[in-house]
Design a protein around this ligand. Structure first.
Ligand code: PLP
Length: 410
């Protein structure tokens, strides 16, 4: 697809069977895409095709089914490599998801390289997945976790970041796009600053991988992580990208089959990348269907999808702001199609229940970012998040339902 004038949202919607379902007797309006996106028919069909035609364990078999499954699994690795601009497929490790990918880095890299008194920097916007693993390894190693503050709209204080960086900074782990607010962080600039102190940098791409063009080489991050289920792909699969030289220096995370070169009762030598980090039988089926998910995005084009989502974002922002007592948190220019808001005198959970009664799926609560909510002085927000298949009409339905709900709640 070449440009947005040919962006055919009706055709895209036809690829997503779930969008035809009714909820509580109403057409489903799915605005919980930042939690997980729906899956196009190509992904669903590929999953069924794998189990129907070539289910087999990979890498070790010497039969046709094993060869086919191995080829499809490795083709997905190449698709992911190209999707994020990695130098080679060996730098792509398949994991269970963003959470597991961050845990591997914190535990494996941290175990090998962190020492007492070393410092790790994260931001105030982090998802729990990019806080807890660092707290765990910091406690184990006697390292110190430092947090970059932000303003009330989720904009990071870059001067504070600069003053936190020093020769003891060993690792900087940054959320690229806030799942709670949609705000995009200036990670390129932040990586350049971290480099001055030789710190390693991980980018949590759980929310950026689907919306922004990602080129890990150009970004020059050391690690980039994301989950399949947020890019129109399956649950249970994620990606850990790491620079080869770092992955080679890191000890394995899990021990077992597949990650070994040779085992005796006395000693084991480890397999090469990427297998060193893929112990045991992996989630073969779901890894394989990462490829059609990526092909779906590539077919329509990230830039075209983003343009469509930006239109939805601008329209919904304007409509929501007109609602009495409603305040958007993270009302900034540089953001993706996520809108988080609070309404005077209304508990987000009450609102979510009333919206669900009208067929509308939104998310409420702390969005796995309790420290962020504490910084904002709130318990939670209502979050609507848009994907390639959402429409302006759905926003109208949501706003009408919201107004109706508010009449009941106020
Ligand atoms: C920014 C961010 N980081 C990490 C995660 C964790 O991802 P997963 O639950 O797929 O491991 C999420 C999921 O919502 C997220 O939005």
């Amino acid at each position: 697809m070449s440009n947005s004038t040919s962006y055919d949202v009706a055709a895209i919607r036809n690829l997503f069977p779930i969008l035809n379902r009714k909820v509580k007797g109403k057409n489903l309006v799915y605005f919980d895409n930042a939690a997980t996106s729906q899956k196009p028919i190509q992904v669903i069909d590929a999953l069924v095709h794998y189990y129907t035609h070539y289910n087999a364990n990979i890498h070790r078999g010497l039969h046709t089914l094993a060869d086919e499954a191995t080829a499809a699994y490795e083709a997905s690795r190449v698709a992911v490599q190209q999707f994020i601009g990695a130098r080679e497929p060996e730098e792509i490790i398949f994991t269970k998801g963003t959470t597991e990918s961050i845990n591997i880095v914190a535990k494996s890299w941290g175990k090998a390289f962190l020492e007492k008194g070393d410092e790790i920097i994260i931001t105030s916007l982090e998802h729990h997945a990019n806080i807890v693993p660092w707290q765990m390894i910091a406690e184990e190693k006697g390292a110190i976790l430092k947090v970059i503050p932000m303003d009330q709209n989720g904009i990071l204080d870059m001067d504070a970041y600069k003053s936190l960086l020093n020769n003891k900074t060993k690792f900087v782990s940054l959320i690229h796009v806030s799942n709670a607010l949609g705000v995009i962080n200036p990670v390129e600039e932040m990586i350049t600053l971290a480099r001055q102190f030789n710190a390693k940098v991980l980018i949590d791409g759980a929310q950026s991988s689907v919306h922004l063009d990602i080129d890990v080489q150009q970004m020059d991050c050391d690690f980039y992580v994301f989950s399949g289920h947020k890019i129109y792909g399956p649950t249970g699969v994620g990606v850990l990208y790491g620079k080869r030289e770092l992955l080679e220096q890191m000890p394995p995370f899990l021990g077992g089959g597949e990650m070994i070169k040779e085992v005796t009762f006395e000693k084991t030598t480890y397999n090469e990348l990427p297998f060193k980090f893929e112990a045991g039988t992996p989630n073969i089926a779901d890894v394989i269907v990462m490829k059609p998910a990526i092909e779906f995005i590539n077919h329509y084009g990230k830039a075209n999808i983003r343009e469509h989502e930006d239109k939805l974002l601008r329209y919904a922002t304007q409509k929501l702001k007109a609602i009495d007592g409603l305040k958007i948190i993270g009302d900034v220019e540089n953001k993706v199609s996520v809108i988080s808001f609070i309404i005077d005198g209304v508990h987000p959970q009450d609102l979510a229940i009333l919206l669900d009664n009208q067929g509308i799926a939104v998310r409420t609560g702390h969005h796995c970012a309790q420290p962020l909510m504490q910084c904002l002085g709130i318990v939670g927000t209502t979050r609507v998040s848009f994907a390639a298949y959402n429409t302006l009409e759905e926003i109208d339905v949501m706003v009408q339902a919201l107004e109706k709900s508010l009449k009941m709640l106020r």
